[in-house]
Design a protein. Sequence first.
Lengths: 281, 394
Amino acid sequence: MSTELTVASYKTDLKPIWCPGCGDYGALNPFYQAMLDCGLQPKDTVIVSGIGCSGRFPYFCNTYGFHGVHGRALPTAAGMKMASPHLNIFAVGGDGDGLGIGGGHIPHVARKNVDLVYLLLDNSIYGLTKGQSSPTSPLPMSSKTAPYGYIEDPLDPLAMYIAYNISFVARGFSGKPKQLRELFTQAIRHKGFSMVHVFSPCVTFNKQVTFKTFNELVKELPEDHDAGNRIKAMEYALDRSTLWTGVFYREERPTIHERVVDIQNRAGRFKDLNELLDDFR
Amino acid sequence: MAKQEQVSLTGNEAVAYAFKQARPHVASAFPITPQTEMMHKFADFVANGEVDTEMILVESEHSAMSAAVGAAAAGARVITATSSAGFALMWEIVYVAASLRLPICMALVNRALSGNINIHCDHSDAMGGRDAGWIHLFCESAQEAYDNALMAFRIGEHPDVRLPVMINYDGFIISHTADSLRMLSADDAWKFVGPYKAAYSVLDTENPITVGPLDLTDYYFEHKVGEIEAHKRAFDVVRAVSAQYGALSGRGYDFFESYRLDDAEIAIVLMGSTAGTAKDVVDAHREKGVKAGLLKLRLFRPFPAAELAKALAGKKAVGVMDRAASFGAWGGPLFTEVRSALYGADRQPPVLNWIYGLGGRDCDLRQIDSVLERLADAARGKSGETVNLLGVRL
Ligand SMILES: Cc1ncc(C[n+]2csc(CCOP(=O)(O)OP(=O)(O)O)c2C)c(N)n1
Ligand code: SF4
Ligand SMILES: [Mg+2]
């Protein structure tokens, strides 16, 4: 059965149950559109999510879904891609999921350059557990676990991604869905590990990092930004006065799958045992 | 008996107050439902200067228990709390905490383990750690959670014991339900708990020690025997601490509570909040002239096998209700231990098992009623399945 794909092909009948105004809506719609732009077949697509409000993503997508445990979306997704390289694999999760409890996984998937797309929806808070400080909560943000203000420095996720040498690094804002659609599309088309960091405010528990914050600080990277220039990408990532959005960095290099196939091919040359034994004759 | 205030608190709040009254040096925590509110409350106490505790907000439970172990090895009194997946993630260090004989106190707000994802109560998390070397206390109500949380420090820190203690209370049913309870004054609680002086500390530069080094075929086994023996000694300590607490608070505790059990012919054994419902059902059966009773286990580790066998000997039938499955085992974890405790006992009763309430499935009066009916049949010699499921749609 082949019917023409539309945005509706990617939606389930389940209405998202995020709070009204949650940033995650602003990421979901462009995500549907990007899947359509890339002509992804829902039947060949899997969305793996972590635990969090953001972890509800696959419930609303008419693809295969896997809702695992907190912090492990990325290695689960990587395992899937290794087992079924023909599938389109997405990992989705929050700032806590991806940068806190599961923060150790990103550099290693980067090293492997597994061909998948990771959507990290950053609201600078643990949303689902009702508002505790997260690794991206800026100083001196207060929260349920830090009533008079947080005392730990936030991470610099974009700088980390670039330092980890992830082969595609982009950042968007759910208040700018058009750009997000474009970023998701490019991420899907990129061969290798694509990281899309999305500012996605939590309107219920985070009254300090809000849509207003981002509307004031977010700006698209200059058109002439050379995404092949890692040093320049790092400079934009570390800029505190402006929160740049767009594709920071991109590099074409073999994926782990390609490297595995390469080894298999080389190993395959010795299929004949006699040929191996020749070395010892 | 000490003067006490009658307060209305949720189980989580009650435990947060107990932890505050014990004045821990360090608290490490990471949020997870249904534990989260306990640490929110405690974080408020810290932020308001009501307790002088260093609060470490870590990035996962693996780190929460690691930080707890580090702080305890440095001689601190340490608290932490978790539930379900959080406890599962801690697991590696949960063993280490007991092996290193660090008397950390942890609230384990019982919640089902994944998958699929479920936030409601069962005891699968606690059972996952039942062999880890911790002392396990189970609670029926917010009052018991408060009382056990205070006693936990005295039990775990006692020189004869020196083991971590887990205060188990049912997620949502106890943690989130406002209950009326009696609370000791800060002074009385402190007089009871008292300061903690660790036997060893990695920060004691006069007496340098190394904690946790390689321990292979030469001494590992002997060190495990140390833990085994500490658990044996814990019985007397639990009794003594509970008696002292009883005199202070008017609320006596033992290894288990016997409810209309002495002259009972049929008896239920269980742990946790379901005891409250079971007491009502026992009363109803008593009114009908059926000699029913309940044994509510408070101390699951160490397991008071001898006392339990004595309390149940001569019953005509015993039904053990497990709020956890042990997949592939013959019956639930509590059942296998109770039955094993009774094996070879004088006047050994038939012991049946019901697995109930997984993932928060409500256990209502009718379900417990059906257990007592079956036990009455068994008492009359009617045969039937030994291991049963309760309240499941098949
Ligand atoms: C091992 C483990 N620890 C803790 C939790 C509880 N928990 C669920 S979601 C969450 C944080 C969610 O924050 P984030 O990842 O930023 O997602 P958001 O809800 O903000 O989208 C936590 C701590 C869990 N599910 N599993
Ligand atoms: S709590 Fe925050 S992150 Fe979660 S759905 Fe509501 S607005 Fe979104
Ligand atoms: Mg978040």
